[in-house]
Design a protein around this ligand. Structure first.
Ligand code: 5GP
Ligand code: ZN
Length: 113
């Protein structure tokens, strides 16, 4: 989608700090780091939200997640990690290209929750 900021990241039209990429999925650092290492995982294909995902697309995303989480664990040594996914404006979605947040956790006062 031409107007979508995450499609632009997929296409290399705007820069992002990528931490993972395969044929179907890209993961990159969130521009506003809620905690250190806050990462977004997206399908390369434009899908607005969870309701639009096919099982295949969902599978491609979640197949990549353990490796990405392990890379974050090695790099940032968090105490834990949350997965967050917002669907719809009322749920806090601000970018309408499906994404999941991987949010490394460092304990009380780490900026999240
Ligand atoms: P949402 O609120 O839709 O669940 O999450 C959207 C996320 O995208 C936000 O955490 C926001 O900081 C991030 N974001 C928005 N624009 C950009 C951008 O241009 N680059 C990167 N890396 N992250 C972005
Ligand atoms: Zn898009």
């Amino acid at each position: 989608m031409s107007n979508c900021i995450f499609c632009k990241i997929v296409n290399g039209e705007i820069p992002a700090a990528k931490v993972f990429e395969d044929e179907h999925v890209v993961a990159f650092m969130d521009i506003s780091q809620v905690t250190k290492g806050h990462t977004l995982v997206i399908p390369k294909v434009h899908k607005e939200n969870l309701y639009e995902l096919t099982p295949e697309i969902a599978g491609n995303i979640f197949k990549a997640v353990p490796a990405i989480a392990n890379a974050l664990k090695t790099e940032f040594e968090p105490a834990g990690l949350n997965i967050v996914n917002n669907n719809g404006e009322q749920a806090g979605q601000t970018v309408f290209h499906f994404h999941i947040h991987l949010i490394p956790r460092y304990g009380k006062g780490d900026g999240f929750g």
